[in-house]
Design a protein around this ligand. Structure first.
Ligand code: NAD
Length: 280
């Protein structure tokens, strides 16, 4: 069963539900990713920093699915920031680890706005990614992650438009100003840590009552809310039951009142990992 709903991005549509693969490493991680593909996931999110690009690529190859049916996103650390040569080499490293001929999206993982031009800035790296993506080579598209409005403004001033901005969004941490700026700049919002890693989000009274009323699990209520809000969500799980539950959430439709109740759970807090200080 292939996923139906997609969110349009350049150059291809991005399946609205993806599998986050942080911590899915080794044989066990690869088996979980293969299981997800067998269930119908068609979008995998990895990063150089996760140390599992090899497992992600091996799972895609083992799935037997045509390559074009699976969307693979990876992310570059700041080591790759710089001109076209440095960024091309970093993309090549990811392709080698993935063992794939092409990668659908490469994101700049964090903006690292303090970097000097001599060190290589996110603006240089974004320009290089845009140039590489325009070559009809192995890089199909590019985007950013953890970018704040001012970083998106800087890219726009350089004439650069990312396909996506992958940011932390859950019912308690909605980052509305960042979501709004992302869309204003023509990029799709990809919600990471979309379940808030369970915990406080699943225990929140609004999430509990919406889930109960809709007859779904808290995770499904939150994923249905992301989808209704036009966000791509990339929940992580290694558990077959949770993988299936999260995929099935694509068929859950919440009422306007239920969506409003989840919207109202926003604490207005910034992302837990402040991109200005986080070291990735
Ligand atoms: P998440 O919100 O996806 O939560 C994951 C936790 O929820 C796991 O403990 C999992 O076992 C549990 N879970 C999943 N489905 C469940 C279900 N149906 N019922 C109950 N529990 C369930 O958190 P995450 O892993 O931090 O984020 C998801 C993905 O986002 C990551 O794997 C990674 O790919 C991406 N990410 C990106 C960045 C970035 O800087 N760009 C940062 C963090 C995460």
């Amino acid at each position: 069963m292939a996923q139906d709903p997609t969110v349009p991005t350049r150059p291809t549509a991005l399946p609205a539900l993806g599998l986050g693969t942080y911590k899915l490493t080794g044989a066990e991680g690869q088996a979980a990713i293969e299981h997800a593909l067998a269930l119908g996931y068609r979008h995998l999110d990895t990063a150089q920093a996760y140390g599992n690009e090899a497992e992600v690529g091996a799972a895609v190859r083992a799935s037997g699915l045509p390559r074009h049916e699976v969307h693979v996103t990876t992310k570059l650390t700041a080591d790759a920031f710089g001109g076209v040569d440095r960024v091309r080499a970093a993309v090549g490293t990811s392709l080698e680890r993935l063992g794939l001929d092409a990668v659908d999206l490469v994101l700049l993982h964090w903006p690292h706005p303090w970097r000097t031009p001599e060190e290589g800035t996110y603006r240089d790296a974004a320009a290089a990614l845009a140039a590489l993506a325009g070559e009809s080579g192995p890089l199909r598209g590019w985007g950013v992650s953890n970018f704040l409005p001012e970083h998106l403004d800087a890219l726009a001033a350089d004439g650069l438009t990312a396909a996506v901005n992958q940011i932390q969004v859950d019912p308690l941490i909605q980052q509305r100003a960042v979501q709004e700026a992302t869309r204003r700049h023509g990029a799709a919002v990809v919600a990471y840590t979309p379940l808030g890693r369970g915990g406080d989000v699943f225990a929140h009274p609004a999430v509990r009552s919406v889930a109960q009323e809709a007859g779904v699990s808290p995770a499904q209520a939150v994923l249905a809310w992301h989808r209704a809000g036009g966000r791509v969500a990339i929940p992580r799980s290694g558990s077959p039951a949770h993988l299936a539950e999260n995929l099935a959430a694509q068929g859950v439709a919440l009422t306007a009142a239920q969506l409003a109740a989840l919207d109202a759970a926003d604490t207005g807090a910034p992302a837990r990992q402040d991109p200005l200080t986080f070291g990735l």
